[in-house]
Design a protein around this ligand. Sequence first.
Ligand code: 5GP
Length: 194
Amino acid sequence: MKQLREKIASEGRVLSGEVLKVDSFLNHQIDPKLMQAIGEEFSRRFKNDGVTKILTIESSGIAPAAMAGLTMGIPVVFARKRASLTLTEGLISSEVKSFTKQTVNTISVSGDYVTADDTLLIIDDFLANGQAALGLLDISGQAGAKVAGIGIVIEKGFQNGGKLLREQGVRVESLAIIESLADGKVAFREESEV
Ligand code: 5GP
């Protein structure tokens, strides 16, 4: 997605440890116009797949997922990373190792909102080693829901998450794929030239 690649190229900052900082439009401040375009692009790619609900994870998946849900006219559920006072019964949970924080989180959704009647589109901001996506797939499986695919805003193609998921037969659609962050420079993979 050209608009996204241009934004990453102009505002993304490469941190040590092969982490891309995009706090100016995705991970802290949010660019609603760009998020809307991202939501429309996910909708375009998954509109014929019978998706009934979007599943994401707090907090940075919520903005792109909400915009996709708005365009597709379907609800959006986000997995919580922290225990909630009001969300205590009928929880479906999975363990996720955080790439950026190097901690293990239990992520949970209510079985009221993800069920065997659903066909899910899983959306997240980044794909690195695939742990967050695997956790969401695990939750979907526990709920008995079908998964149409995974929509990722920024995939780091030099890490193994994309390969791992695609080898399992999961459809992964990434709007920008980064080939390398070497020498502090962002290099995109050709196939993300959409
Ligand atoms: P994974 O679970 O695929 O290893 O990592 C994905 C999660 O880690 C995303 O939900 C995102 O929050 C975070 N993440 C991974 N790599 C990056 C990165 O380079 N930049 C930012 N901002 N977040 C990242």
